[in-house]
Ligand binder design. Structure first.
Ligand code: B3K
Ligand code: ZN
Length: 844
């Protein structure tokens, strides 16, 4: 496979002025006619006329009306182009019904739909399929289906046809087409300048009852982007379509967002509070792309974080505004540590802006998205809220309609604020998670914090340079009062000291408040100091973090020294749980423990080879001790989940249910699941139903309930995904491979559906001790299925390979078994470019 490099970028030799497409839809033989106006690009030196194209049957092609015979290669075609403006016309035939890779034009339950990002448009017709080629599109769809949709505004329709015109120039990756027997949940929105926008959420008949929440989330997002970023919507209509077969969450196609049905359909009976919250965030995310991604797009795919990091940052701001800011921040950090840290500290590590790739779809990663968003958060912290607002205004002003780079992005911050961002740029080019070591000194009323930074080597980057790291610090006095409010220390050197004068007593520092930078803090504090912060820290994030680090400390000691659960942790936690002044959602997060995989990483960092079973046992023991220690408060905490009035997925109710569920989980450890069984019987929403079922499965019970659940929900695909996922995720380690294997034989294991495949295989990879079963059976099972899925759907296969990315942490026996599976996958005949690249990077 060929490697593409950032340094090799050159502009395309031609500018596209307009694109006209006509689709004659047929499941196995859709005809696509294109008429495209090109003219030479004065800024380009290479005038090769190469159009991308894959899996296309070329029927005819012409330039300015004269038939041409292009030289067709695997990846596209070459033709002789005039040195003056010309019109290219072509007709191709494609086979959407056999497109199981779900990229390009494909079919899902009789409905036609598209996915073009990153390089899928080339599977629809011959085109310069690169993001820096932007054009207006007019699309005519001929097809015998009631609903025919494309980007932009509707400009004509009749029996069996519709025409759409998108006035905003866009790259081909934002093209979309949908055709099917769909129903609309409709509404409208008046923009702040008074224009009315028609809003539709299109679903398959039967799903109409699951649209209301998504529509409300859309309207909230539209309003928020006007209020906070001054960005107004720019078409007469905004369509969202739900599709069952989709490789990711959703796609921001201009004016026609396409969603995985799991990321948009919701009802209280079928969706959990967590589902509602995720849906709200994804709707916001895709909508926000209209400005950050669509109006201003990326010059090339190396710049992906330009739109993704920024849009994730914006959707997180939105969630903090409409829900609880501390809770959102804590959840984002949990997620970053669970998904981005393993990537950044293993064989798949790459910079936020990668410098090379073989298959770009492999770089839609937690690093590009989530670390990309963290980088913007740091930028905002460094330039301040006003500086950030000015820079963003300048960005929209200066770059509207353009395809940009990270250099353009940083330049608007430099120009708007006068700050030199030369060193900051390293956040985009240097991979790996920086470690910060903390040393303290105290003498004569002066407190000195010395911070040292270092980043371990990552593939292709043996040597790291110091980065600029905003470290938010506050100081607490011995009685728990805050003696210095939060200030940002700018760590720019490898080692740097910061002094605080005029203090009456040695303070306790609260470092990295709000998780002000995506780093690993290495601080030798005692359990007593952490317990002090857990009791007194005024920064809600760091207060939570204090509890979290007490929990990891005790778990690590339990694993390595056979220690008993730490009393400071249990007492501190109890005090927090008793504090009714604290948000229930926040208290629920306090009860959460670091994941077993995270603990394995911590052990590995400390030079200890992690034993998955020992970690599992320590977690179980600590949970049991927690249940015991909290026993008096649990019934009261649990009673909170019974809220007054009708179900609402809002922050307040869902926080109460989260705390109630966490309490029920501990209660189940005491009563063997008796109360959970009765909760299951009377649950009237999916959140409570699933939390009760989880408790039962954890207690080794729930057989009757699983069967009842199946009978109740067998016809609802999204609810059945949970049924598959939960059984594997909560299986005890010894039974995990067997349970997972049995479920793959279930008649409803429709493995070609990405949601169902991920529900089962993703849960297997997440069940740490079960996945790392000493027999190696889970590794083999996953490998079997990856080999089977690869020819059908390379993207979903390649993504799932990351389950193996942490393999070098484990003992020699497990490493040998995983290596054997990776090599077995690598040697499968005709392995896709996607999976080939992933496996070879993981093998290192
Ligand atoms: N931009 C899309 C992701 C496309 C992934 C292509 N493999 C969704 C999003 O980030 O909003
Ligand atoms: Zn995005």
């Amino acid at each position: 496979p060929t490697t593409i490099y950032l340094k090799d970028y050159t502009p395309f030799g031609y500018i596209v002025d307009s694109v006209h497409l006509t689709f004659d839809l047929a499941p196995h033989a859709t005809r696509v006619k294109s008429r495209i106006s090109f003219r030479p690009n004065p800024e380009a030196t290479d005038t090769t006329f190469f159009l991308h194209g894959e899996n296309l049957r070329l029927i005819r092609a012409s330039i300015d009306g004269a038939e041409v015979t292009p030289e067709v290669t695997g990846g596209g075609l070459f033709a002789a182009a005039p040195a003056a403006p010309f019109v290219w016309e072509a007709e191709v035939e494609i086979d959407p019904a056999n497109n199981t890779a779900l990229e390009g034009l494909y079919m899902s339950n009789g409905m036609y739909c598209t996915q073009c990002e990153a390089e899928g448009f080339r599977k629809i017709t011959y085109y310069p399929d690169r993001p820096d080629v932007m054009s207006t599109f007019t699309v005519r769809i001929n097809g015998d289906l009631p609903v025919l949709l494309s980007n932009g505004n509707p400009t004509g329709s009749g029996e069996g046809w519709a025409e759409w015109t998108d006035p905003w120039p866009k790259p081909a990756y934002l093209f979309a087409l949908v055709a099917g027997d769909l129903l609309a949940h409709s509404d409208s929105y008046i923009t702040r300048s008074g224009r009315e926008v028609a809003l539709n959420l299109w679903v398959r008949p039967g799903d109409e009852g699951k649209c209301a929440f998504g529509m409300e989330a859309l309207k909230k997002s539209m309003k928020w982007d006007e209020d906070v970023y001054g960005r107004e919507y720019d078409l007469d209509v905004f369509n969202i379509v739900a599709v069952d077969d989709f490789n990711m969450g959703a796609m921001e196609n201009k004016g026609l967002n396409i969603f995985n049905s799991a990321a948009v359909l919701a009802s209280p009976e079928t969706s959990t509070d967590a589902n509602f919250e995720r849906i709200e965030a994804i709707i916001a995310h895709e909508y926000f792309h209209n400005w950050t991604g669509n109006r201003i797009t990326c010059r090339d795919w190396f710049q992906l974080c330009l739109k993704e990091g920024l849009t994730v940052f914006r959707d997180a701001q939105f969630t903090s505004d409409v829900r609880s800011a501390p809770v959102e921040r804590i959840r984002d950090v949990i997620d970053l540590r669970a998904r981005q840290f393993p990537e950044d500290n293993g064989p798949l590590s790459h910079p936020v802006r990668p410098e090379s790739f073989q298959e770009i779809n492999n770089f839609y990663t937690a690093t590009v998205y989530e670390k990309g968003a963290e980088v913007i958060g740091m930028l905002k912290r460094l330039v301040g809220d006003d500086g950030y607002a000015k820079a963003l205004d300048l960005y929209f002003d200066r770059h509207d309609g353009q395809a940009c780079t990270i250099e353009d992005w940083l330049k608007v911050f430099e120009d708007a604020t006068g700050r030199d961002l030369g060193q900051f740029q390293r956040w985009y080019s240097q991979a790996g998670t920086p470690r910060i070591k903390v040393e303290e000194a105290w003498a004569d009323g002066t407190y000195t914090l010395t911070l040292s930074q270092s980043t371990p080597p990552t593939p292709g980057q043996p040597q790291k340079h110091p980065q600029v790291i905003p470290v938010a610090v506050g100081l607490l006095g011995p009685n728990g009062d805050e003696v210095r409010p939060t200030e940002i220390l700018e760590l720019t050197e490898a080692r740097q000291s910061f002094t605080f004068q005029g203090l009456a007593a040695k303070p306790v520092p609260s470092i990295l408040r709000g998780f002000s930078a995506p780093v690993i803090l290495d601080q030798d504090s005692t359990p007593a100091q952490r317990a002090f912060l857990l009791a007194h820290d005024t920064d809600p994030f760091n207060r939570w973090e204090a509890g979290r680090s007490l929990a990891s400390d005790t778990l690590l000691k339990m694993v390595t020294q056979d220690a008993a659960p730490d009393a400071d942790y249990l007492d501190g936690l109890l005090a927090v749980l008793r504090d009714d002044g604290l948000d229930p959602a926040y208290r629920a997060l306090m009860l959460d423990l670091p994941s077993q995989s995270e603990l394995a990483a911590m052990l590995h960092d400390r030079g200890v080879t992690p034993d998955p079973m020992a970690i599992w046992t320590a977690v179980e023991t600590l949970r049991q001790a927690t249940a015991q220690h909290m026993q008096d408060v649990l019934p009261r905490l649990h009673s909170q989940s019974q809220v007054d009035g009708p179900y609402s997925p809002d922050a307040e109710q869902s926080g109460k249910r989260a705390l109630g569920s966490a309490a029920l989980a501990l209660i189940s450890r005491q009563d063997g699941g008796a109360q959970a069984a009765s909760e299951y019987a009377r649950a009237d929403n999916m959140t409570l139903q699933l939390s009760a079922l989880s408790c039962l499965l954890k207690a080794g019970k729930g057989e009757t309930e699983l069967a009842a659940y199946y009978d109740q929900w067998r016809d609802d695909r999204l609810v059945m995904d949970k049924w598959f996922g939960l059984q594997v995720a909560l299986a005890s380690p010894d039974r995990t491979p067997q349970i997972a294997r049995q479920l793959t034989q279930h008649a409803d294991f429709n493995w070609k559906n990405p949601n169902r495949f991920r529900a089962l295989m993703g849960s297997l990879a997440m069940n740490h001790a079960g996945f790392h079963h000493e027999s190696g059976a889970s590794y083999a099972l996953l490998a079997d299925w990856l080999i089977r899925l690869d020819p059908v759907n390379p993207q979903t296969t390649a993504r799932m390979c990351s389950a193996f990315q942490t393999w070098k942490r484990y003992d020699a026996g497990r490493q040998a078994m995983i290596r054997a599976q990776l090599e077995r996958i690598a040697s499968a005949p005709d392995l896709s470019r996607d999976t080939t690249e992933m496996i070879s990077r993981i093998l290192g």
